[in-house]
Write a protein that binds this ligand. Structure first.
Ligand SMILES: [Mn+2]
Length: 383
């Protein structure tokens, strides 16, 4: 049976500025382009016939000239590969968008815009179906023409492949970003539907005879997009999909809780953290982006110095840290002290019976921190 080799990616958000990364933001922006470079490399090395880019290729429809040239030059490196692009809610196909530039895109690029349309690729025995966003919002579903897809499937011996950017929902669900209903894609005639918009990858699954997946963002955009990111690569036939996830990201966003009960200073806490990260991520640990929460129980409440902690990670690409240790205490013993701490302990013991235990514990922790000269602006950390 005829098969086509595809690579499905989405949500590259080229040109995005992630402000929370501070001075690393600019460097991070070059990572996104490197990810596309890597995707192009995979297409070339593995003879991918069809590259599907399911929306939000760019972070905005107005793209810096240099970036646009870089992307075009990358596409020119794989003239044998058809490149299908559907604009997303971040890079909609508007008249002044980069997609509307006349005679700009190489011949191997197929652009979808607006309502669902089809594009036959006879040399591959494939018919592509796609819709492209023309605005940042679309309350109405751009996915339709199921009848035509089914007809094409039965009448012509082609593999029907779809590409779209939107929110996959069950009947009745609402979204401002092109709602696509599972009921519509069930047995719609497509062998594979490449989805974009949701940055978290979903496994390829079947809705009737239609297989679909979100490839997720190919490079994480923040700490809400942790772990390995990549693309789907594999073979599609008229009635089968064999796709494998392939990581292509340059760096990963990672979140860890590190127990620093044994540490007796900020420097020691940094050393414990470094050891853990090297254990968890190996030699290349320093290239990733970390959000660290320091936890543990401590008797000696040494004061944590975030700046001193971060200074120990100069060789790491990006790291941010919060500290939330629990202070171990003996209020009865403390109450005997002739000190501010003693007064605090006595007052707390006096009021203990009237306060729910959890609230009491939290009040003691905040009080002891305050007495040690370190109350943070916000104590409502997630636990
Ligand atoms: Mn996106």
């Amino acid at each position: 049976m005829r098969a086509v080799k595809i690579l499905h990616c989405a949500d590259l958000h080229l040109g995005a500025a992630v402000k929370s990364l501070g001075i690393r933001s600019a460097k991070r922006r070059t990572d996104y382009l490197k990810t596309l470079e890597k995707i192009i490399e995979v297409c070339r090395d593995q003879s991918v016939q069809l590259l599907l880019i399911a929306g939000d290729l760019f972070d905005s429809p107005w793209v810096a000239k240099e970036l646009l040239e870089d992307v075009k030059n990358l596409f020119l490196l794989i003239p044998e590969t058809y490149i299908a692009i559907t604009p997303g809610n971040h890079d909609p196909y508007t008249i002044d968008s980069c997609y509307a530039k006349e005679d700009f895109w190489p011949k191997n690029v197929i652009l979808f815009s607006g309502e669902m349309s089809d594009h036959p690729i006879p040399s591959l025995g494939v018919r592509l179906w796609g819709a492209g966003m023309t605005d940042s919002y679309s309350l109405k579903s751009l996915f339709h023409r199921e009848q035509s897809i089914r007809e094409a499937k039965t009448e012509k011996e082609e593999i029907q492949i779809g590409i779209i950017h939107g929110d996959l929902l069950s009947a009745g669900g609402r979204s401002e970003y092109n709602p696509i209903y599972k009921e519509d894609i069930r047995d719609c005639g497509l062998s594979y539907l490449a989805l974009g918009h949701i940055h978290k990858r979903s496994e390829p699954v079947w809705e009737g005879s239609c297989c679909y997946a979100y490839s997720g963002s190919a490079e994480g955009l923040g700490f809400d997009e942790t772990g390995e990111k990549g693309v789907y690569l594999g073979l599609v036939t008229a009635d089968s999909c064999r796709l494998k996830f392939l990581p292509v990201c340059q760096r990963r966003f990672l979140k860890y809780r590190i127990d620093v009960s044994q540490a007796e200073s900020t420097k020691q806490a940094a050393a414990v953290t470094r050891r853990s990260l090297l254990e968890l991520q190996g030699e290349e640990a320093g290239k990733n982006l970390y959000e660290i929460l320091l936890t543990g129980d401590t008797i000696y409440d040494w004061s944590f110095d975030p700046a001193a902690f971060l200074a120990e990670f100069d060789d790491f690409f990006f790291i941010r840290v919060r500290e939330q240790r629990r202070i171990l205490y003996d209020l009865e013993q403390m109450a005997k002290e002739t000190s501010l701490r003693g007064i605090f302990a006595r007052r707390m013991l006096e009021s203990k019976s009237g306060i729910p235990p959890e609230q009491f514990e939290s009040a003691v922790q905040i009080g002891l921190r305050a007495l040690n000269g370190r109350v943070d602006y916000s104590e409502d950390y997630e636990t």
